[in-house]
Ligand binder design. Sequence first.
Ligand code: SF4
Length: 366
Amino acid sequence: VLDALDDPETIVLAQIAPSIRTAWGEEFGLDAEEASVQRLASCLKEMGFDYVFDTDFAADLTIMEEASEFLHKLTHQEGDFPMFTSCCPGWVRFIKSHYPEYIPQVSTSKSPQQMFGAIAKSYYADILKVSPKKIFSVSIMPCLAKKAECSYPNMTDSEGNVDVDVALTTREVNRLIRAMHISPKKMKDVELDMPLGLGSGAGNIFGATGGVMEAALRSAYYLATGENPDPDAFKDVRGMDGWKESTFDIAGNKLKIAVVNGLANADRLLTALKKGQVHYDFVEVMACPGGCVGGGGQPIHDQKEMAAHRAPVLYKQDREGTLRFCHENPSIKLVYQDYLEKPLSERAEELLHTSQKGWLMPGESE
Ligand code: SF4
């Protein structure tokens, strides 16, 4: 990252994951209001990043693709249910190693980190009128699993350009801030760059367990009925319980969904599924207890788990914002209108979807 920042020929851009805004400032004594994504953007610009964007944008994009994929599967009764979310690489690795027979049921949608990278080196490279090779794409993420994910061989475009060059954890970014003698308390907020710097509240809650499911249901409801639901209609999926389930009616379909966090809970759910003890249509899994707000790359407080303290910040930001649906994000509308055409289009499939068979576990053969 430092080499890229030093190279005047390289365009260095950053994306900041939803869960970072609740956590990065803890090591600097900033409260939740002060530890804004805009304040972190200001630190990154001071370091020399050319553009700073929001992974919330790509979380919205993930929902557009994943909710459309789910509705397509439901309408055509294609394949087996439940469909599993795919945005947590810790979970994807777990299911590949422990329950590989369920891999075809994992969503083909890439995670927000990877979708962001793919769009930055295609759509945004076109906006800048530069080759994707000139762009060095850095993601700021809550865990090490995100580093593994961006190194998988299927996370590239057709010419082999990687979606994301480097993933840094929250603690690593904080070390960079200290190494460059930047004092976040003294920095002034700066607005994120556009159009990839705008995300909805639904994208923002991706950082907490249940957030992906809630965001997906808000948009699936709209895509199926043409009308927005009450944005809080699916709030039953919130909270720190390890295994939650609920039933919702969407356009006459009674959907049974489950949300689990922590891999021990994922193991219990898959065992129950295999034994036929439970049935679900859609399941969200996050490897870390509490979701990404509890990620292993986040600031550490000895003897204290922080996920339950960080998640309410994301929900408050969603509640107080004016943009609460992924499909209403003007930047999302723009990228479909100007570039992707519609969810699941040929270009969207090429850039934003992948197969979890596209990378191998150690010792696994094709
Ligand atoms: Fe990473 Fe944990 Fe979030 Fe999964 S839940 S993406 S392992 S921080």
